[in-house]
Structures are given as structure tokens and as C-alpha cells.
Design a protein around this ligand. Sequence first.
Ligand code: NDP
Length: 242
Amino acid sequence: MTNKKLIVITGASSGFGMAMAEMFSKSGYPLLLLARRVEKMEALGLSNTLCRKVDVTDRETFEAAVREAEGIYGKTELLVNNAGVMLLGDLTIQNSQEWQKMLDINVMGVMHGMQIVMNDMKARKSGTIINVSSIAGVQPFGNHAAYCASKFGVVGLTRVARNEMSPFNVRVLSILPGAVETELIEHTTDPNIVNGYKEWKENVGAVNITAEDVAKTILFTFELPQAVSLREIVITDTKQDA
Ligand code: NDP
């Protein structure tokens, strides 16, 4: 059993979340990994790790998993609200169910996670929450209207929570990555938009930053002293032009 404290990562079955799971585990942290595809997280075979099938829009199962892990490893020291979807679309024709899905997962999921751990962190006067927003949380991109709405939302709610939690010595931070190769774009339903996105990345050469680079940055940010709050991190491929 490790003496390090519990790290909870949502969306750990792929992309940034999976890279974080592997990196935090290598650094000796006990983990709670959450996503719907539980088998992908279990296949990592990480020690001191609990994997639970959780949809972050369902607060009850989300909270039950966190309490179960805390029963084994102690209170949550870091929650990374990373689970998210990107369904790009033309605002004039996109199905509103896609907007709803993004707002539910990307915003409500983050708020659920925060509410589940915040009171304990406040009481303990310790803890860190890192919300994964996006560079699309501070600037516009074509066909990103609803995604931008969700990610601007994450930046806004994180800033408010940071103000509210700072008197309690709890860090509330956001990271805003640019385009990084993961499964994220694959859920967009319009093939022309998917191809356009991929072509843009290739054309500008913004293809070298990896999920591991993002995970490494999150680990570094967390391991800074509790007194140091790296409030908002914008991280992109050097060649990303927007
Ligand atoms: P991936 O698609 O590779 O990973 C997304 C993860 O979120 C998966 O593990 C998925 O697991 C999980 N997830 C999706 N919906 C839910 C849900 N309802 N409940 C629980 N888990 C869910 O994408 P990335 O790793 O790229 O994305 C991670 C985060 O980073 C997202 O918030 C994304 O918006 C953000 N981001 C990504 C960028 C990029 O270019 N890659 C740029 C900027 C931000 P499962 O399907 O098994 O539930």
C-alpha cells in the first residue's frame, strides 16, 4: 500500500485520461479511474487502482465510486475532471441533442465531480481540482459553437470555484489544451467537418504534441506545493496557428 493520496481521473479509458492514469500510477499514486468503457481502464492493469463504470452525467454512481475509493485509499487529494466529448457542427443545422450531450457531459459532469469532493477538501483545507477545458474555452473556432459554449463554461465555473475555494487552501485550476491526437474528433458526426479538422492539423503541422505531454503537465502542476496555484494553463503544439 502506498502512502500517497488518492487521485480521481474521469475519462480514463482513452486519450489524456489514460495517459494520466499511467503517469500518476508510475509516480506511486492510488487511483480511481472512471469512464463508461471500464474494460479499457482495467486492461491497463495498474496497481492500487480502482476502475469503475461511471457516466459523469449520473451524479449518484459518480459519487458512489468516489466514496468507495475513499473507503480504501482515503480522501480525494486530486480530482481531474477530464471526461468530455466534442461533437463539432454547423450551428444552423446541428441536432440539438448533440448540444445537450456536450453541455451535460462537459459542464454538468464537471460540476458533479466538483460538488462530490469540494466539501471534504474545504474541511481538510487541502486538495486540488483540475478541470480540463480547451483553448476553445477562451477563443472561437469554426463549427465549435456548442463545444465552445461548454468549454467557455468550464473556464467560467472554474474561476468562480477558485475564488470560493482559495480561502480554504484548495486549488481549483483549469488546463486548456489545443489540438492533440486522441479519439476526441472521432465522435463528430459530420464527415466533412472531421476531414477539415484533420487537414488543418496536418497542414499547419500541429501534430507532434501528445497526450503524454498534457498528462506530464498536469502531474507537474499537481506536484507543485499546495501554496502554488497554476491557475490556467494553455498548452498547444508549437505549430498550432490559432
Ligand atoms: P478522448 O475521446 O480520447 O477521451 C475522452 C474520455 O472521456 C474517454 O475516456 C471517454 O470514456 C470519457 N467520457 C466521455 N463521455 C463520458 C461520460 N459521459 N462519462 C464518463 N466518461 C466519459 O478525448 P481526449 O482525451 O482528447 O479528451 C479529454 C478531455 O480533453 C475532454 O474534456 C476534451 O474536451 C479535452 N480536450 C481535448 C483536446 C484534444 O485535442 N484532444 C483539446 C482540448 C481539450 P468513455 O467513452 O469510455 O466513457
